[in-house]
Design a protein. Structure first.
Length: 448
């Protein structure tokens, strides 16, 4: 594979910047084709495609182009007095050969944004887009081929067997977005060569609703965050923990907001996507077995439709509560005190996101400080992802490493520490023989 050759002009900052400018021009040229491909893959509306995919990629490119020289500049740090006289600095250097494996749920954004970061840092890249969204993958391959030489960036399309073959090779860095089980496979493959990895995974994200909250607004924001992309979002609320005193009111508000968003029959709504394939559709439909359905539940195999669905008090031992749902099913569980929240939360691995709705700011902040998770919101869902000045990433089983904005550049860079020692002074204390120097050394270290 040509990608495994020597480093080329991507080591040059000006060349990287020019390539990113070319990429910006091409992705803007192909925006209509991209949104059409996303619709063909799983009926994602143009609005959702623009908000969550194309505009995000454009914004990330513009931000990277504007700031690349500043990010790549050597960073001076205050030198240690023990090394006096010296000047100390940190160099950001590319890892080298990078493998990016992208998911199917946001197949354009979650392929292009890591690619932008990898190129900005000066790496050569092999990008493996998802085979489940083949229309989008073909557009990605076309875009890349128009901007980069194959020695710089190569798109490799294919199924799990292709991904396995890629993982069997030696890389300098691997960036993976996807499920926890596959993330473990990636981590095991990387460990063979001690390859550093960023794993953007998922988890069973709780959404906690306090008794003191604006119920209708809370419902509107939950419905938007949960059923965006038909629930196929790694940071979507996975289940609701609702204070028992407001549960009935919240359920009615949730039903109202579903109808407002998608009409009486979401199947004919132009704004409601489909499940990506039969395997995932069947997995989700099976979760409805023996459950109390408060709203939705209808489904159609012909186009992998599953209505926005609310479930009432599923058992913690049930299939729907076992793992991340990753679809348009929202279990609603009531609680009466904080200890019940803790009991449920502690059953699961650390989630990628946590959401709290409450007018009691002190209580909400306490919840955020008490539990470990990747990131989250108070009084909203999902929107923390949109701020490129904050890190996005998981913890524990929900992932390792973070990116977005400058942190994306840093994620694909090795931070190399350099000390430039001056020659005009050379203190003899550190050199042998050490006789009669220990007392002086201790005094010096205490003074420092």
């Amino acid at each position: 594979m040509g990608i495994l050759g020597n480093m080329n002009d991507l080591s040059n900052i000006s060349y990287r910047k020019e390539k990113l400018k070319q990429l910006l021009r091409v992705v803007m040229q192909y925006e209509k084709e991209i949104t059409a491909a996303l619709y063909l893959d799983f009926k994602k509306s143009e609005f959702e495609a623009v908000v969550t995919e194309t505009s995000y990629v454009v914004s990330e490119l513009q931000n990277t182009i504007a700031n690349l020289r500043k990010w790549a500049r050597p960073k001076k740090v205050f030198p240690s007095l023990l090394n006096f006289p010296s000047s100390d600095y940190i160099l950001s250097e590319p890892y080298g050969k990078v493998l990016i494996i992208a998911p199917w749920n946001y197949p354009y954004q979650l392929a292009l944004c890591p690619l932008i970061a990898a190129v900005s840092a000066g790496n050569k890249v092999v990008l493996k887009p998802s085979e489940l969204t083949h229309n989008t993958s073909k557009i990605i391959a076309k875009i890349v081929s128009e901007v980069f030489d194959t020695e710089e960036v190569t798109v490799v399309e294919g199924d799990a067997a292709v991904a396995k073959e890629l993982l069997s090779q030696r890389w300098d860095f691997i960036f993976f977005t996807g499920s926890v089980p596959v993330g473990k496979i990636v981590a095991q493959a990387a460990a063979v060569h001690l390859t550093p990895v960023t794993l953007e995974l998922g988890g069973k994200n709780p959404c906690i609703i306090d008794y003191d909250c604006p119920i209708q607004l809370t419902a509107r924001r939950i419905i938007w965050g949960k059923f965006l992309n038909a629930g196929q979002t790694c940071i979507a609320p996975d289940y609701l923990l609702v204070h028992a005193t407001i549960k009935l009111k919240l359920v009615e508000a949730l039903k109202t907001e579903i109808t407002k968003a998608y009409g009486e029959n979401p199947e004919i709504s132009p704004d409601y996507p489909r499940i990506v394939n039969e395997k995932n559709w069947s997995r989700l439909v099976q979760m409805l077995d023996n459950e109390v359905i408060l709203a939705g539940g209808s489904h159609s195999k012909s186009d992998f439709y599953l209505a926005p669905t609310l479930l009432d008090e599923p058992s913690i031992e049930s299939r729907v509560m076992a793992d991340e749902i990753f679809g348009p099913i929202l279990p609603i569980i009531s609680y009466e005190n904080d200890s019940e929240i803790k009991a449920i939360f502690s059953r699961y691995e650390k989630p990628l996101s946590l959401y709290v709705f409450s007018n009691r700011t002190k209580w909400a902040k306490k919840i955020m400080a008490t539990y470990s998770f990747g990131g989250g919101c108070i009084n909203d869902t999902i929107i923390h992802f949109s701020n490129n000045r904050m890190p996005f990433g998981g913890v524990g089983h929900s992932g390792m490493g973070a990116y977005h904005g400058k942190l994306s550049f840093d994620a694909f860079s090795h931070q190399k520490s350099i000390v430039k020692k001056a020659n005009w002074l050379d203190l003899p204390l550190r050199y042998a023989p050490y006789k009669n120097k220990v007392t002086v050394l201790k005094k010096l270290l205490n003074w420092l």
